[in-house]
Every structure is written in structure tokens, then in C-alpha cells.
Design a protein around this ligand. Sequence first.
Ligand SMILES: [Zn+2]
Length: 337
Amino acid sequence: MKLTVLGAYGPYPAAGGACAGYLLEHEGFAVLIDCGNGVLSRLQQFIKVSVLRAVIVSHLHSDHFSDLFILRYALQFGWEKGEIERPLPVFAPADPAAEYVRLPYKNVYAVEAIAEGRALQLGPFTFTFLKTKHAIPCYAVAVYLAGEKIMVYSADTEYFPALSDFARGATLFLCEANFLEEDLQKGASNHLSARQAATLAQEAGVEALLLTHLLPFRNPQLYLQEAARVFKNVEIAREGMVYDLGLPGATDIPAGDSDRDYPEKWRQLTVKTDSVTASIVAGRLEEEGIPVYLKKDEAAGSIYGLTVGPLANIRVLVPPSKLEQARRLLEEIEGTH
Ligand SMILES: [Zn+2]
């Protein structure tokens, strides 16, 4: 299974970023979890909208579902061009009702309510839900593949012990960490601190923790440092990062029309062994208008692709047409070190 982080900020994005959006793919079956602002744009860097088979929305706050109001236009054009034949299933909490009733649009969405205790079977995936502790009804999502709990997504929540039971044994815990401990001490509520996310990961015995829903104005390293004191195998969710999880060898994106559409065809610029250096290089390339795709390789000796430190290989990929320009820039960047 492949997880692509499309948006990792909340409740608003950093410049050029997006709010909650996580693309899951297995055997060519693509499901989007959350569809916050900026997610539709990012999604199309990886797949065509017509390939999407379902959207699951954790809760009806704008940073998790506002792009549904834009995605509907893309689907409508798809219908008219005959590229899409059936409504896209959208699963979301039925409350607040005033938001839920706004979701259906023409014939493009088939909207259904999610609830705790209801398992959802979509293609190769099974999803289960747990109501979290948030300002409005919100559901954490567990993702199963062939009976294995591959990933649990916290959605938005405060700390509550049942969440670690729900995440127990998952390969990856994709957990929000909107706050640091210092924020909670000042009375911040409705979200987790990085330390609480790490505590949940520790209690749940997950393989790896990926922190997301970050405040756009804060240095992500502060979240990482706070969490790493409690749980070692932790990383910051970086937009555009692709993780191979479980059932190794599953890389199933349909072939694209052009090399820009599908980063599978992009060329390797360099390999970095830590996400900080990879992020610095990616940031510099993006500043120069070069699209970048960071592909995390499965580490040697690790069953799953998510590790930190020297075991993780992060391949920095760029479109073939930008390779030469990127190489020159890389020499410049590394020459200054
Ligand atoms: Zn949120």
C-alpha cells in the first residue's frame, strides 16, 4: 500500500502548502482520506481525478473537507467528457447536519454517513472508525489490508486512552500534533501535542509515527524534537512524500500521459539519508520552480519503509526536463556547505 501525504497543515496551510489530505493506493485502487484546502491541486500531481474511487472525510471542519466543494467541478467535467461513469462515494459524519446537507452536488457524489462500529469495505481496503475528542463529531480511521492493520489516522482529537487501543499494532500511526506541550499548558484544546501523539504511539506499539496537522508558522523540528523524546521512530509528514507500507512491492499508480503528471517517471537527482537534508534540497529546488518528489525507499533490513536516521534513503526526484538545471543547482547548494 502506498500513502501519499498531500497536505499536512492545519487549520490553515503554509505558503504553497495544503491542509489535511492523504492518498491511499493499493492495486490501482485509490482512496482519499480528508480533502482540505489545497488537496485537489496536490492530488493531481499524483493521479487523475477520474482514478479516485472514494473519499473519506474525518469531520466537517473546513481544513478537512473544503476542497470537496471544488473537486465536484472537476468530477462534473469528467462526467460530461465521459471519463467518469458513476458518482464518487463520499463518506463523512452526518453532523453538523448543516454542513452534511451541503455535500451532495448534482450527480457527482454519493454521500454516506460514517459511524463508529461500521466497517467499510472499499476495493482491497477495510476501514473502521473511532469517534475522537474534538469540537464536532470526528472519526479516527483504521486502514486494513488483507486483515492487517496497516495504518491508523488520528484525525483531529484531544488525548484519550481509547485512541491507543484503536491504533494498537498498526504499522503506521498518522497522528495529528497541532500543538506542543507549551500550548496545552496555556490552555489550548481540541488537539494533541507532539508529546501526546508520541505517547499514544508508544502505548499502541505501532512501528512508526508520522506527525501531521502542523501549525504553518512553527518550525516542524520543534514537533519532532518533542515527540522523539517519547517515541523514537517518528517523522514529520512532508507534503509530497510517498510511503510504501505493508505488503512490500505494491506500487500501483496507472501510467501517466506525460512525465510531469506522474512522478514515477521522474529522474533521480540525489539520495539523502535524512529528511531534514532532503527537505532543504527540495525547498531550494522548488524556489527555482523545479517540482520535486521525495521518494522514501524501503530501508535495508527493515520490513517497512519508515525509519529515521541513517537507515532511511530518501530519493530526490525531478522531472526529466528539469534534471540538468537541478544538477547545476545541487552543485551550487552543496558547494556552499
Ligand atoms: Zn483540523
